[in-house]
Design a protein around this ligand. Structure first.
Ligand code: ADP
Ligand code: MG
Length: 260
């Protein structure tokens, strides 16, 4: 098998005839932290939506471990081991922190749906294991003290951690993070950086969109820069950072003002 766990090949996606992703290609190595950057509206989230099955691109291929996954449903893609967080947090606001994380666990669950109704011994064994895993994740993300609190009652920074815990509950091989540091303060961002490194150390491959350049530069091993849906630069963080084409794209979009 190829050393690349995910390959995007000449993918294009249109909305109402307008191109949102334009002939985009990239390869993500297993175990890597891969960065996607670019001005607002560049098509970064759309790319993640194509990978996770929310959109089906009109052109190109998306290969997961060498097999085409384009057109696969989001649920099936999660089952294959690709999990994500959203740019705008999506949690069950009324459900407790523990229940939210458990909802991620159920993607992984081996149980048939009817075992949940007739409560077989296998069901109880699985549920016990699932709650243990939820407990471990709450420890890992410092969420234990909030276990029974509805997610919607907690601060933004805590909700971000819950969302990541829920994605990890499904034991992903690839974790896709859409602006994980957005809205976080400096301390929370530093904590998140450490957390992402720990997740990588568990063997999880990570793809992230992020505007916080300090974070992107310190974490990622390779970066693709997108503007108007197309790749304008790619390479090691140090190269991309100084690439005049990239600097130009950000100045042209006033992005620096917005995110300083
Ligand atoms: N569901 C949609 N319908 C129509 N246009 C969309 C849709 N989603 C995204 N777009 C458009 O695609 C472009 C890229 O958006 P997006 O991927 O959200 O950018 P980014 O995440 O880089 O800020 C934008 O012009 C946006 O308006
Ligand atoms: Mg976006």
């Amino acid at each position: 098998m190829s050393e690349y766990i995910l390959e995007i090949k000449h993918v294009s996606k249109y909305f109402h005839g307008l191109v949102a992703i334009n002939d985009l290609s990239m390869k993500v190595k297993k175990g890597q932290i891969y960065g996607i950057i670019g001005p607002n509206g560049a098509g970064k989230t759309t790319l993640f939506n194509c990978i996770t099955g929310i959109y089906t691109p009109e052109e190109g291929q998306i290969l997961w471990k060498g097999k085409e996954i384009k057109g696969t449903t989001p649920f099936k893609i999660a089952e294959l081991g690709i999990l994500r967080t959203f740019q705008t947090i999506r949690l069950f606001a009324e459900m407790s922190v523990a229940e939210n994380i458990m909802s991620g666990r159920h993607i992984k669950s081996k149980q048939k749906w009817y075992n949940g109704i007739i409560h077989t011994p296998a069901y109880y064994k699985d549920e016990k294991e699932n709650w243990e895993k939820v407990g471990e994740l709450m420890d890992f993300f410092n969420l234990s003290e909030y276990a029974t609190i509805p997610a919607g009652d907690l601060s933004y920074g805590i909700q971000r951690r819950i969302e990541m815990a829920r994605a990890l509950a499904a034991e992903p091989e690839l974790l896709i993070l859409d602006e994980p540091a957005a809205g976080l303060n400096e301390n929370e961002t530093l904590e998140l950086t450490q957390t992402i490194l720990k997740i990588q150390a568990m063997g999880v491959t990570i793809m992230m969109i992020e505007h916080d350049m300090e974070m992107v530069m310190s974490l990622t091993e390779y970066i693709t820069v997108i503007n108007f849906g197309a790749r304008i630069s790619a390479g090691l963080p140090a190269f991309v950072q100084d690439d005049p084409v990239v600097v130009e794209a950000y100045i042209g979009s006033d992005e620096e003002d917005e995110h300083e």
